[in-house]
Structure formats: C-alpha cells, structure tokens
Design a protein around this ligand. Structure first.
Ligand SMILES: Cc1cc2nc3c(=O)[nH]c(=O)nc-3n(C[C@H](O)[C@H](O)[C@H](O)COP(=O)(O)OP(=O)(O)OC[C@H]3O[C@@H](n4cnc5c(N)ncnc54)[C@H](O)[C@@H]3O)c2cc1C
Length: 277
C-alpha cells in the first residue's frame, strides 16, 4: 500500500490506479482515456479481507464481486449486497472486478454504489497523509466523478452491523442477462419491536447522473408498517426522486414505469424479509 501511495504521489495526474481492470481496460482499449502510468494495486496483500469487526462489516476494496457474492456472512446477513453482486455482468467480470473499483469508477449504472447507499455504508479513503472516512452517498458527485483526491485510494467499505438485524433486497431490471440495468433499486429496512420501519435505506441505480438516495421515500416509510398502499405510495415518491434520461436502455417514461414497479416490489420484499428476522 505504501508503495502504491508513493507512486500515486510521484506521478500525480499522470497515473491511474487499476484494481480488476474490468472498467479501466475497456476505457483504455477504446482510447476513451489514456494514462502514462497505470498502478496495479491488485496484488496488495490483505486488501480483499471481509470480516465483521467492531461496529462494522469491513470489506477490503480488492474483494472481488465474486468473493462478495460467495461470502457466507454477506449471503446470510446483507442480502441486498449479496443479490446485487450476483447480478453484475457475467462470471468473467465478477471474478476480476472489485468492489473498490465498482464504486470508485463513479458509473451511475454500476450496481454496488446504490447498495452502499441503502446499507448506509462508510468508505475509508487512504492517502499519504493518512485516512479519512466518508459517507458512501457523498462519494459519487456526478457521472464518473468522485470525491477521491489525487493520490488517494479507496481502501475499505464499512457497513454498520445494525444492518444484520434488517431485511433488504436488490432488484435490477435489465434487457438481457449480463447487461447493465434499465433501472435498479436497493432497499434495506431495520424494524422496531412493533414492526414499524425504524430505519429505511433506499439507493437507486441507472436513473440519474449518479446513484441516488431516495431520501423522501425513506422519511415517508420510517415509523410506518408496510402494506400494499404504503409500498405503492413510497414507490411513487421514489420515482419523483429519480432523474432518468432517455438512452439506449429506454425513454424517461419507460424507465420511470420500470422503477415504479421494481421499487414497490423491493419495498414489499424487504419488509417481508425484515419481519422474519
Ligand atoms: C462486459 C461488462 C459488463 C459489466 N456489467 C456490469 C454490471 O451489470 N453492473 C456493474 O455494476 N458493473 C458492471 N461492469 C463493471 C464491472 O463491475 C467493473 O469491474 C467494476 O465497475 C470496476 O471494478 P475493477 O476492479 O475492475 O476496477 P478497474 O477497472 O480496475 O478500475 C475502475 C476505476 O476505478 C478506479 N479504482 C479502482 N479501484 C480503486 C480503488 N481501490 N481506489 C481508488 N480508485 C480505484 C480506477 O482508477 C478506475 O478509474 C461490467 C463490466 C464489463 C466489462
């Protein structure tokens, strides 16, 4: 890690970090970007560790999407993350692509940033002058733009352990197997003892220039028991918080219809799962 940070400082904006290379290499190959220096961090020992420690599930930035999908703890206790990982691309990409790269790329169509928002995760960024911790939802500020400063590497993802007592899911609508989504939604609920939503987390993929926290829908749901009409109303609020644009994947109207439908389903399913916890 020290060597990587030293090289990043030395070469500044001439250098780019590479983890799994699954987003960076296509960019270089298509000549959409070019850097005199590529710093391969994939060999940094221990940076792929996944463990519950203190108040958090800690995931090293180099954990691959496949390692996340197959991790027992994540499968049992962090369903939205487990499901999202299994819906990314294909086995080849999942075997090499890392959670750190998926988040750091800043692509609003990448699946894991919205899950980080729903799980209220924090991100550890390391530079030569030390570490800082930031909320996941302030990390991506615009399409392919993050708050990472020159010389910084995303090193850890921290998911609060309170998430273990919750229910969640990730629903992704795509045209073909392996595609990026038309729209996708991550939901996570923690309930109180009377089965009301104590804490709601909702993150949206592919329906804006960056991953979106559906903050109004979260506030609407908190303090309520979920039934069909509550789920429907919350889904309508979620759609009002989305900012899709027309593209290859569909028109604005189509994307909003898709989002309405999957958001309602995700709210009902997450609540059902939280009830059986
Ligand atoms: C055919 C195909 C289909 C895909 N489909 C999907 C999909 O459906 N859903 C989805 O979410 N993703 C999809 N992806 C993207 C894939 O998940 C990428 O692997 C992932 O987005 C990037 O991870 P990586 O480790 O390969 O990052 P890299 O390609 O190595 O890096 C990507 C960017 O992040 C930066 N970076 C990487 N790691 C760090 C770090 N630790 N700290 C700071 N900066 C870092 C790099 O400098 C670069 O700018 C697809 C990719 C391909 C090729």
């Amino acid at each position: 890690m020290e060597e990587a940070l030293e090289l990043l400082t030395k070469y500044g904006e001439d250098a780019k970090v590479m983890a799994g290379g699954q987003s960076l290499i296509p960019l270089l190959k298509l000549r959409l970007a070019s850097f005199p220096y590529v710093i391969d961090i994939s060999g940094i020992a221990g940076l792929n560790r996944i463990e519950e420690k203190g108040d958090y599930l800690e995931i090293g930035a180099l954990a691959t999407v496949n390692e996340i999908e197959e991790n027992y703890l994540i499968r049992e206790r962090y369903r939205a993350l487990h499901e999202a990982a299994g819906l990314i691309a294909d086995p080849l990409v999942r075997n090499r692509g890392t959670i750190g790269g998926n988040i750091s790329h800043g692509d609003p169509s990448n699946d894991l940033p919205a899950v980080m928002i729903a799980l209220k995760a924090k991100l550890e960024l390391s530079g030569r002058n030390g570490k800082r911790i930031i909320d996941a939802d302030s990390f991506i500020t615009d399409s392919f733009t993050t708050v990472l400063s020159e010389g910084e590497i995303l090193t850890k993802i921290l998911i609060p352990l309170s998430t273990r007592e919750s229910g969640g899911c990730y629903i992704k609508q795509k045209k073909n197997a392996g595609d990026f989504s038309v729209a996708a939604v991550a939901v996570n609920f923690v309930l109180d003892s009377s089965e009301r939503v104590k804490s709601a987390g909702i993150g949206l993929t592919s329906v804006g220039p960056r991953p979106i926290r559906a903050a109004n829908a979260e506030s609407f749901l908190e303090g309520k028991k979920v039934n069909d009409s509550v789920a429907r109303e919350a889904a309508t609020i979620i759609v009002s918080e989305s900012e899709p644009s027309s593209d290859f994947y569909g028109t604005v109207v189509y994307k909003k219809k898709v989002l309405l439908s999957i958001a309602e389903e995700a709210i009902n399913l997450s609540y059902e799962r939280a009830m059986v916890r």
